[in-house]
Write a protein that binds this ligand. Sequence first.
Ligand SMILES: Cc1cc2nc3c(=O)[nH]c(=O)nc-3n(C[C@H](O)[C@H](O)[C@H](O)COP(=O)(O)O)c2cc1C
Length: 168
Amino acid sequence: MEKIGLFFGSDTGCTEIVAKMIKERLIGYEVDVFDVYDIEGPEILDYNKLVFGLSTWHDGQLQSSWDDFYNSFSKLDLTGKTVALFGLGDQYGYSTYFCDGIGIIGKLAEENGAKIIGHWSTEGYEHDESKAQLDDNTFIGLCLDDDNQDELTEERVDQWVKQIVEEF
Ligand SMILES: Cc1cc2nc3c(=O)[nH]c(=O)nc-3n(C[C@H](O)[C@H](O)[C@H](O)COP(=O)(O)O)c2cc1C
């Protein structure tokens, strides 16, 4: 069975719940799930197919485990890796920093050789600015807002997982 490495960071548990939802839906794959808090870095290199998940905190800052991991992560050569990103944020409370974290990590992953898949439409969101945006209509990955739109999380995850399975 093909392997996927899913690496998440979560301060209050929301991103962790979504990581488990994504694993359950990646039927046909062996999915190894890692909390970034517990890793050194090279674990990522064991996988060609990767999913990275993180929330954004404190006006556009990376979730704390990803923040601590950032320097080690920046040294990894991701050439040949395919990466999908999902992020959690609050589009009304932090309207100019919505889901910035996946924008920061996705850009770095791409600079270090990864191919990014799983782009997502900005339709249905009301934020003002986001580093996760590639253009007016597109996020680099799945953006979720459990603070304001938790009723949409499950259907967004369902749709996105189908999309990344096609794109992997
Ligand atoms: C103090 C604080 C700062 C936050 N800053 C941001 C932010 O800058 N951008 C954003 O999109 N969400 C922000 N959020 C919302 C969180 O990212 C959101 O609640 C998320 O679901 C938390 O996920 P986690 O429990 O996996 O860490 C913030 C929340 C709090 C409480």
